[in-house]
Ligand binder design. Structure first.
Ligand code: OFO
Length: 170
């Protein structure tokens, strides 16, 4: 069984993951509107992964005999700029999520909850990957983003991303 503090912080993290899904969906719609179909697909797939992140927490709380409490999901912003501006915003958001996961990890240490500490390690690793993926796109946009032809090819490349269902493997 998990403590009340752990239950609360995990429920807050569910909300942040679902907000992330909302944010990526809003960005996906933006890219669709400006004709960048590959960017739109990439962010739409990311939204699905964020839902997986939320659901893994959801299932874990239940498995540990805790209570899932779903809160209100904030409305994501709708004003987006150029692809590089959008990806820089995404990077900032992912850093915020990384900090949040680190807080969960610190709380598990305070509460001496080794099982949740072990569980949250998956998210720590996942955040390393998420930040690296976004940084990779930013670097490409910094190098070639002003050239229309390069943007066209990057759009094609991002459009090849495939969704792989995320699961917690311990
Ligand atoms: Fe769930 O990692 Fe992105 O936000």
């Amino acid at each position: 069984m998990i403590s009340e503090k752990i239950e609360n912080i995990l429920n807050e993290q569910i909300n942040k993951e679902f907000y992330s899904a909302y944010l990526y969906l809003a960005i996906s719609a933006h890219f669709d509107e400006v004709g960048l179909k590959g960017f739109s697909d990439w962010t739409r797939i990311q939204a699905r992964e964020e839902v997986d992140h939320g659901m893994i927490l959801f299932d874990y709380i239940i498995e540990r005999q805790g209570n899932v409490r779903l809160g209100q999901i904030n409305m994501p912003e709708t004003n987006f700029g150029s692809p590089i501006e959008v990806f820089k915003k995404i990077y900032e958001h992912e850093k915020y999520v990384t900090d949040s996961i680190n807080c969960v990890a610190n709380m598990t240490d305070e509460e001496c909850d080794l099982a949740t500490r072990y569980f949250i390690n998956w998210y720590i690793k996942e955040q390393v990957e998420e930040e690296a993926n976004v940084d990779d796109v930013i670097k490409k946009l910094e190098l070639f983003g002003d050239e229309k032809c390069a943007l066209y090819h990057l759009d094609k490349e991002l459009g090849r991303r495939e969704y792989k269902m995320h699961s917690y493997e311990g």
